[in-house]
Write a protein that binds this ligand. Structure first.
Ligand SMILES: Nc1ncnc2c1ncn2[C@@H]1O[C@H](COP(=O)(O)OP(=O)(O)OP(=O)(O)O)[C@@H](O)[C@H]1O
Ligand SMILES: [Mg+2]
Length: 343
């Protein structure tokens, strides 16, 4: 399997690890997907890198692939298609489109035309991080339209693969209430894979153990630490600002703050106290702010790549809930402590 190059910490490196995920993608390629596969995972865990690698895998299996990512900065990051579709995309003016809904429509149209014109009979659409931009209501409609595409194709395809990714925990509930998609979760990198990524970075750098303990295997956090010259405090302060944690902590009453401190120590506190309305509200907010992920089940078929360890409180991983990374948890802990010290 050809490994693609991805950008990481100011360099281009070969796609690392994720062997289980790549096997799963090969399975999708062999069979096609019966439902859209929706993949949730912590921010920066490597969904985009995986989708880009998946595009290469699917192409090796004879698929024509369209990849869209509305959050991409350049047009190449937002829209990428298999070589044989380039002419079609130009013909349809797809490169000029800014609005993501029409870009997805165009992507589907390109694939359909590719089949009608006999360019390919295996098609794949990879919609990376689309929910955040199109909004929750449209997210449901989009998934339904992808399902229709699979179930009632107006064209005669041989195989179809639809993969959708999101780090927006809130949309999971909305998509999950229908039976329109297969939902999977992807976690941060395994220790071994992450070690390889760590090795890419030159000295001086903290020990691998220290980096693992604060990132929990999240490549984006690793990149941020590297860019900040390994100044953990700075990266944490920035997260507190970006997620507006400060005001949020101020807005809580003392009971909620106490519960939040317990969640910092053990995220499963959420489950044990879920009878309490305040905890329900906290959970909703923690998911909305992309701080906590509901894990629940470690059945491997529900995951893309390998599930997180059973329970690892040092990394903020409970049996049922987990902090996206230890650094996310640390941001909350620090802000809570700062609040208390000022009282
Ligand atoms: N398997 C991998 N091999 C090499 N680099 C990787 C791998 N996975 C992720 N990276 C790098 O780590 C960084 C973060 O990954 P990526 O952007 O794919 O995360 P993401 O889950 O898509 O994030 P977001 O939730 O913000 O969309 C990127 O620089 C990416 O290239
Ligand atoms: Mg991404």
């Amino acid at each position: 399997m050809k490994k693609i190059k991805v950008g990481f910490a100011d360099r281009k490196i070969e796609f690392i690890d994720r062997d289980v995920a790549l096997k799963q993608i090969e399975n999708f390629a062999e069979r096609g997907t019966r439902f859209p596969i929706v993949i949730y995972g912590p921010e920066g865990c490597g969904k985009t890198a995986l989708f880009r690698q998946a595009k290469a895998v699917l192409e090796e299996y004879g698929y024509s692939v369209v990849y869209v990512n509305p959050s991409g900065e350049s047009i190449e990051e937002r829209f990428s298609i298999s070589e044989e579709l380039r002419g079609l995309a130009e013909e349809l003016g797809a490169y000029l489109l800014k609005d993501i809904s029409s870009l997805i429509e165009k992507a589907v149209e390109i694939l359909y035309i590719a089949i009608r014109r006999g360019i390919r009979r295996r098609i794949a659409i990879l919609a990376d991080d689309v929910f955040q931009v199109i909004g929750l209501d449209k997210a449901e409609i989009l998934i339904k339209s992808f399902l229709n595409m699979i179930e009632w194709p107006s064209i005669d395809y041989e195989k179809i693969v639809v993969l959708v990714s999101s780090s927006e925990g809130v949309s999971r509930e909305r998509i999950g209430r229908h039976t329109w998609a297969d939902i999977h979760i992807m976690w941060n990198m395994s220790r071994e894979g992450f070690k390889q990524l760590y090795e890419v970075l030159s000295e001086p750098k903290p020990s691998f153990e220290d980096v693992w303990r604060i990132t929990g295997g999240n490549p984006r956090i690793l990149e941020k630490l590297y860019r900040a010259d390994w100044d953990i405090d700075f990266v944490i302060s920035r997260m507190i600002k970006e997620k507006d944690i400060h005001l949020w902590i101020y807005s809580l009453n003392s009971e909620s703050r106490d519960i939040l401190m317990d969640i910092v120590d053990d995220p499963d506190t959420i489950l044990y106290k879920l009878y309490n309305e305040k905890v329900k509200k906290l959970l909703k907010e923690l998911i909305e702010k992309n701080l906590i992920v509901s894990i629940w089940d470690r059945e491997p078929r529900l995951w893309i790549d390998t599930p997180p360890p059973e329970k690892d409180l040092e990394l903020g991983i409970g049996k049922y809930f987990a902090w996206q990374t230890p650094l996310h948890r640390e941001a909350i802990r620090r802000d809570l402590e700062m609040y208390i010290s000022k009282q």
